[in-house]
Design a protein around this ligand. Structure first.
Ligand code: CP
Length: 309
C-alpha cells in the first residue's frame, strides 16, 4: 500500500519493512557503477528542513535524492525567518506554496514531523524527532544486519548506552523485534527506560550482558545535549563501565562479534580508537547503506504513488 509519509517504525508492517529492505538492494548495486544515478525522481523537489545538527542523515538524504535525480534544496533554518519568530506552521505554509514534493524534517520536539505532515500535501520523512523516532536509521541498521545475517530471526543485538534519550534505540529495537531479532539494553540504571521496552532484556552490568551472548554489539552516542541531569558520575567512569575499551575489544574480536554505532562517535566515551580499525566494525557500512535505504524510502513515497489518490 502506498503511503504519503514515513514518520516512525511502529506504524510500518512487516510487509512494508521487507519491501523497503528489498528495494534498497538494487539501489546499493548502483553505487558500484560509473554512473550512480537513475531518473526515478526527475522533476521532483526535495527540501531538507533540519532544526537540529546532522552530518550523516542530512548528507545521506541529499545524496540519495540526487542519485534519484530529484532537485534538492536545503532550507537553512539558521538564516531563515524562523530566527525572527516565524512559526513552524508559517514555514510549512510557505513550503506548501512552493509545491515541494518531499520535506525531510529533523527537530528536537517529538511529534513535530507528524504535525508538519498533517499541514502539507508533500511527503514528510522524519529524520529524527526528539527522543521519539528515527525511522531511516532503523531501516539502515536492519539492512546492515541482514547483509551479515540474511536470516536474522533469533540473532541477538545488545544495544549499549543512553537508551533513555535515544530515538535510535527506540526505532532500531522496534524494527529488529519486527524482524524476529532478540534485543537487549545495557546502560546505567538511570539511562534505562522504565516503560516501552517490553520483550527487551535489560542489563546494568557489562559482564552479565555479554554472558547473554550477543551476535552484534550496538553502541549509542552519549547525548549530553538531551540530558538535563547528571545520569552518571563522569565520562571517564562511563567509558570504564560501559565503553568498548581496548581490553573489551580484544574479547569482542575473539568472539567474532560485529560492532555498530549510528554516529556521531564520541571517541574515548562509547568506544576506544581501535574500534575504528576493527575488521568487524559495520560503522562505515551503516553510512553507505543509509544512502541506499533512503533512496528506497524516497522511491516508495514518490508523489505519483500517493498524491493522485
Ligand atoms: N545517525 C545520525 O542520525 O547521525 P547525524 O546526527 O549525523 O545525522
Amino acid at each position: 500500500m502506498a503511503r504519503k509519509d514515513l514518520l516512525d517504525i511502529a506504524s510500518l508492517s512487516r510487509v512494508e519493512i521487507d519491501h523497503l529492505l528489498h528495494q534498497a538492494v538494487p539501489f546499493k548495486e548502483l553505487f558500484t557503477r560509473s554512473v550512480k544515478k537513475v531518473p526515478a525522481l526527475k522533476g521532483k523537489s526535495v527540501l531538507t528542513l533540519f532544526y537540529e545538527p546532522s552530518t550523516r542523515t542530512h548528507s545521506s538524504f541529499e545524496v540519495a535524492a540526487k542519485r534519484l535525480s530529484a532537485d534538492v534544496t536545503h532550507f537553512d533554518v539558521g538564516q531563515s525567518s524562523i530566527t525572527k519568530g516565524e512559526s513552524v506552521r508559517e514555514t510549512v505554509e510557505t513550503l506548501e506554496a512552493m509545491r515541494t514534493d518531499f520535506i525531510i524534517v529533523r527537530h528536537s520536539k517529538s511529534g513535530l514531523p507528524a504535525m508538519i505532515a498533517s499541514l502539507t500535501k508533500a511527503s514528510v520523512i522524519n529524520a529524527g524527532d526528539g527522543a521519539h523516532a528515527h525511522p531511516t536509521q532503523a531501516l539502515l541498521d536492519a539492512f546492515t544486519i541482514m547483509e551479515k545475517f540474511p536470516e536474522p530471526a533469533g540473532k541477538r543485538v545488545l544495544i549499549i548506552g543512553d537508551i533513555l534519550h535515544s530515538r535510535v534505540a527506540r526505532s532500531t529495537s522496534l524494527i529488529l523485534k519486527k524482524l524476529g531479532i532478540e534485543v537487549a539494553y545495557l546502560a546505567p540504571g538511570s539511562l534505562l527506560p522504565k516503560l516501552g521496552a517490553e520483550g527487551i532484556h535489560r542489563f546494568t552490568d557489562y559482564a552479565k550482558a555479554m554472558a547473554w551472548l550477543p551476535d552484534i554489539v550496538y553502541l549509542l552516542r552519549v547525548q549530553m545535549e538531551r540530558q538535563d541531569a547528571q545520569f552518571f558520575p563522569s565520562l571517564r567512569e562511563y567509558h570504564r563501565l560501559y565503553g568498548i575499551t581496548d581490553e573489551r575489544l580484544q574479547e569482542i574480536s575473539k568472539r567474532g562479534l560485529y560492532l555498530m554505532h549510528p554516529g556521531p562517535v564520541n571517541r574515548g566515551v562509547e568506544l576506544c580508537d581501535a574500534v575504528m580499525e576493527y575488521e568487524r566494525s559495520l560503522i562505515n557500512d551503516q553510512v553507505e547503506n543509509g544512502i541506499a535505504v533512503r533512496m528506497a524510502v524516497l522511491y516508495w513515497l514518490k508523489p505519483e504513488a500517493n498524491h493522485g489518490v
